[in-house]
Design a binder for this molecule. Structure first.
Ligand SMILES: NC(=[NH2+])NCCC[C@H](N)C(=O)O
Ligand SMILES: [Mn+2]
Ligand SMILES: [Mn+2]
Length: 297
């Protein structure tokens, strides 16, 4: 497979600074050599330009940095759909989770029906009315499902980008009150850590793959490193205890690889300033390898 790496050094969607350099940390952890050793060819188009928060006002406190985030999302959507047109698999490196707005918009402009597997401690299903922070990384999935700020929802192309019934969120353990209501009201498939504890990650991932991928539709994987337990992934901006273990995360990726329907991937929220010796970035690279076919034997 040809993998097209796209870097998006975005930190306008989150509060804690440093996630913009996650892009470099993931490259430095040996992403390209390891993908090549696995037999893939790799083309890296470099980083998209992301404006600095120092150079602009945050604007509306309920949707901070809306305009620059939309501008980057439009550019990223174009880069992702170009990669798909060329037959490549786009691997988008973040940056905060707001970049999924652009990557999934790009995938949705190429395939007309997609599924999304969103692996995250959080739901990222707030709207400007429910957000406690005003941070867009906590609103992206709702926007892609058609809810929230009109400018986010109506970004390039059809609305919604993803049918809410084709979304599976896995690893959840921290929801805001209004966000929880929205997830329930819209009947989003949310697989919490409680579900994983009770039924095991294997059964949960199989169900998530069925939700996102039935009828053979292509699946976009959006991997937020904060889904992992902070003991494995300390370098994230919004850590929450009680997350996926190292093996649960790898098995999830191995099952996704085995389903053969993954068309595109984002890896987000790696924050090297909060990390220990690049452990979180290295873990991210390992997980990408598992998602792209690396097996133990
Ligand atoms: N992509 C993330 N890490 N999102 C964290 C979101 C945290 C919180 N729910 C918020 O809306 O601000
Ligand atoms: Mn997230
Ligand atoms: Mn998260």
């Amino acid at each position: 497979m040809q993998i097209r790496v796209i870097g998006v050094p975005m930190d306008l969607g989150a509060d804690r600074r440093g996630v913009d350099i996650g892009v470099s940390a993931i490259r430095y952890a040996g992403l390209h050599e390891k993908l090549r050793a696995l037999g893939h060819s790799v083309k890296d188009i470099g980083n998209l330009h992301v404006p600095l928060p120092e150079n602009q006002p945050a604007g509306d406190p309920h949707v901070k940095y809306l305009e620059p985030i939309i501008q980057v999302a439009e550019e990223l959507a174009a880069a992702v759909s170009e990669a798909l047109q060329a037959g490549d698999l786009p691997l988008v490196l973040g940056g905060d989770h707001s970049i999924a707005l652009g990557s999934i918009t790009g995938v949705a402009s190429f395939y007309n029906d997609i599924g999304v597997i969103w692996i995250d401690a959080h739901g990222d299903f707030n709207t400007p009315e429910t957000t406690p922070s005003g941070n867009i990384h906590g609103m992206v999935l709702a926007a892609l499902a058609g809810l929230g700020h009109e400018r986010l929802v109506h970004l390039a192309g059809r609305v919604p980008k993803v049918n809410p019934q084709n979304i599976a969120i896995v690893g959840v353990r921290d929801l805001d009150p209004g966000e929880r209501e929205l997830l329930r009201a819209n009947r989003i498939h949310v697989f919490t850590m409680t579900d994983i504890d009770r039924r095991g990650i294997s059964a949960i991932m199989e169900e998530a793959i069925t939700v996102a991928g039935h009828n053979g539709r292509r699946i976009h994987l959006s991997l937020d490193l904060d889904a992992l337990d902070p003991s494995e992934a300390p370098g994230v901006g919004t850590p929450v205890r009680g997350g996926l273990s190292y093996r649960e995360a790898h098995l999830s990726m191995e099952l996704l690889a085995a389903c053969g329907q993954i068309c595109s991937i984002d890896v987000v929220e790696v924050n090297p300033i909060l990390d220990r010796e690049n452990a979180t970035a290295s873990l991210a690279v390992g997980l990408v390898l598992s998602a792209l076919g690396k097996t133990i034997l």
